[in-house]
Design a protein around this ligand. Sequence first.
Ligand code: SAH
Ligand code: SF4
Length: 361
Amino acid sequence: MTVNLLEFEKHEFAQFCAEIGEKPFRARQLMHWIHQSGTDDFDVMSDISRPLRERLKATAEIRAPRVVRDTTAADGTRKWLLEVGAGNAVDAVFIPERYRGTLCISSQAGCALACTFCSTGRQGFNRNLTVAEIIGQLWWANRCLGRGITAARPISNVVMMGMGEPLANFDNVVAAMQLMLDDDAYGLSRRRVTLSTSGLVPALDRLRDTCPVALAVSLHAPTDALRDELVPINRKYPLKELLAACVRYIERAPRDFVTFEYVMLDGVNDTVAHARQLAKLVRAVPCKINLIPFNPFPDSGYRRSSADAIARFRDVLAQSELTVTVRKTRGDDIDAACGQLTGQVQDKTRRREQRVAAAIS
Ligand code: SAH
Ligand code: SF4
């Protein structure tokens, strides 16, 4: 049987080399070739003997999801659609900026959590991505952007903010993030890898104990009543529990704050009263607030808050001594902005009501 080396965690490389009777340093060589040089061809591995290369060719492969579409937006944002089998495909998005390049990665085909304003959530859920499919997005983007990550580093940051809820695919996401952090692979610092979650409290505590990267939490509402509606998982893990988990997380986090994401929905959560409630709610949590102008998609039923409403909301928070930023919308002409990623999902959950019931059961 052929094994996919992109699926391997560090200890599995070591195990694999031991099993085929190779010295432990071969594991590091393989990791360097695969994750730093970005190759999928054993023949280019010049410091590995020919007999071993032949053996590898017979037993192993380096296989990332196949790219089925590659689109570049007017602002340089680039989106790849990657096929993950059985009619499913996920998006990865690269956002170049002057001093950094951020890759936004998907963790699931679809999402079962059914947030009302999110097009991935509207599409339903198919399955968790494998480690190879998650790290394969970074592997591919690196390769495609023309340089290994150790050279000029076109990708300086990774955000788990694409399709899916990363904490609902905990083991595979953590394994992939460990590779992002590993000096024998991508060598990113924990500050430069951000996980965004809608708030799965027990998994958040596990993340704190196993792989505390920078954290973003999708808040979107200042009260349980409104959040229950917008982010249905709130019915299971209400705001008080979520905020307490954030405080616990900060003790171990690489940054001394949590980023709260707040999507600005016209007439829904964007009034001055909401801003005051929000300021009061997060008082005890060291945080930064990132306001995200809603990115529309067909039949969403929502509108983006006006620029005035966003500015007013921001000012109320700033007057309460909170650090607040407004996210720039990038790549919306190719549907690459937050919440516009739809990939292709063969929904297994069918009706939204069933999904919500399953998510909070
Ligand atoms: N499931 C995770 C990560 C993926 S979503 C989470 O919910 O945090 C990444 C961010 O985009 C989240 O903050 C999400 O709430 C936000 N988002 C979803 N739909 C959006 C939309 N239509 N417009 C703007 N932001 C959206
Ligand atoms: Fe899932 Fe995040 Fe979209 Fe909610 S916002 S449906 S958790 S991807």
